[in-house]
Design a protein around this ligand. Structure first.
Ligand code: FAD
Length: 412
């Protein structure tokens, strides 16, 4: 039991990555009176640098904003606009006008265009560091937000109206609501009593940015090759973001290649449908697993982002789901609801469970479909990718109406 008198907050967010930082921004924007704490395990890259201003040194840099790029569905972009962020991100994002889905060595291919769905773009591709920089600048200006970084929770003590968390530094915090957004490997999730099942796909995603000899015309590719599925997402400038899913031991080999060898390996595996690759940037690999907790909420605690759904990136849905988690959290925490109350947590759970189940099921089916060479499976997965990208979170309010809740959703 903690002996130090806790500092009290309305909401403690554990994890200041993509989901946790965005959540903090959205909560403070929707309910500026709330007192928030954000606990991030990794030290800010900007902390301690000699040449930085005092303001920059205090400004936390969320740790999950690495060299990754993410495809954002049109509905996610609408939400980012509504939350006052997209206006500053649009110039660095690349609109997706068309997607080619094909099986190398098979006759069939599918092309999806924004025009055929009467949309300006099928989605947008954004390098996550732009979102990280924007959020860290915006959060640094928030008087009602306290950072605990680098730090992490070592014990959680429940009481009827609060959760008390002991931090590694010895600091003790209490809050009416604890939101865990620590990514797929969250420790606090276990400390809070959630049970997690996991399926290891025995695969890794190798990512890199590729330079091109010609313009990409805002075209993305998803290609199933004998060496694993390869996704190419167009970036600003003549560049592609590569996500290459390979068997885990093959990933190490790809990382060990020098740049020309790696570029040649991608070209050989993918072919020339996207043109000539002229170089590759820094590479990273991510082991691919599906992790699912048995519950979405527990006593005064909610899971959000990858802590709630840790998916294979093949369908590009992890962060799109997290954005919808945040929208649901804003709805559940409307002006009248008490953070962490039974009703509030129940609303959040009801808003999220079907969407998450559907996306997990679908993504898992896609991953398993990749190892199946049947044309029928290939066609189904092609159509499925389109459906996933076009799935519109703005349809959520309809579901809300069906559940008999009558508030104005346009606000969130
Ligand atoms: C190769 C790849 C491509 C992807 N492409 C897409 C895409 O196109 N579209 C899409 O929607 N999604 C995509 N995703 C998924 C997306 O990146 C994730 O869904 C997103 O990063 C989840 O954010 P998060 O904040 O929940 O978790 P994370 O990004 O893992 O962040 C967790 C944060 O919590 C911190 N933390 C961890 N443990 C603790 C602790 N104990 N205490 C305090 N802090 C802690 C970490 O330091 C980190 O800052 C992709 C993922 C990969 C790997």
């Amino acid at each position: 039991m903690p002996v130090t008198k806790p500092q009290h907050f309305d909401i403690v967010i554990a994890g200041g990555g993509m989901a946790g930082s965005l959540l903090a921004w959205c909560l403070l924007r929707a309910r500026p009176e709330l007192r928030l704490a954000l606990i991030e395990r990794q030290a800010s890259e900007r902390q301690g640098g000699d040449k930085q201003s005092a303001e920059q040194a205090q400004r936390p840099q969320p740790a999950s904003f690495d060299s990754r790029s993410i495809a954002l569905a049109a509905g996610s972009v609408s939400l980012l606009k509504r939350w006052g962020l997209w206006q500053s991100l649009a110039a660095n994002a690349c609109p997706l006008q068309q997607i080619w889905v094909s099986d190398r060595g098979h006759f069939g291919k599918t092309r999806l265009t924004a025009a055929e769905y009467q949309q300006a773009a099928l989605g947008q591709v954004l390098e996550v560091e732009y979102l990280g920089n924007l959020l860290s600048a915006k959060l640094a200006e928030q008087a009602n937000l306290s950072y605990f970084q680098p730090d992490f929770i070592t014990a959680i003590t429940p009481a009827i109206e609060s959760q008390t968390v002991q931090l590694n530094s010895g600091t003790v915090l209490s809050s009416s609501l604890l939101i865990i957004a620590e990514g797929g490997l969250s420790q606090s999730r276990q400390l809070a009593g959630f049970k997690v099942s996991s399926d290891d796909y025995q695969q890794s995603a190798v990512i890199a940015n590729l330079a091109l000899a010609q313009p990409h015309n805002n075209t993305a590719f998803e290609r199933f090759t004998e060496h694993g599925p390869i996704a190419l997402l167009p970036l600003t400038g003549q560049r592609y973001s590569l996500v290459w899913t390979v068997a885990r031991d093959a990933a190490e080999g790809l990382l060990a290649l020098d740049e020309p060898q790696f570029t040649a390996a991608v070209q050989q595996a993918f072919g020339y449908r996207a043109g000539l690759f002229t170089g590759a940037g820094a590479r990273a690999q991510y082991p691919l697993l599906l992790r699912r907790p048995d519950e979405i909420v527990r006593h005064r605690t909610a899971l959000l982002g990858n802590s709630l759904h840790n998916l294979h990136p093949i369908a590009g849905q992890g962060f799109n789901l997290a954005i919808r988690d945040i929208q649901a959290m804003l709805l559940a925490l409307d002006d009248t609801s008490e953070p962490g109350s039974y009703q509030m947590l129940r609303t959040y759970q009801q808003l999220r469970e079907q969407d998450i189940k559907r996306v997990i099921w679908f993504t898992d089916a896609l991953v398993r479909g990749f190892s199946n060479n049947s044309r029928l499976v290939a066609l189904a997965r092609n159509a499925g990718l389109a459906a996933m990208l076009l799935c519109d979170p703005l349809k959520r309010p309809l579901a809300m109406q069906a559940m008999g809740r009558g508030q104005s959703y346009a606000k969130y």
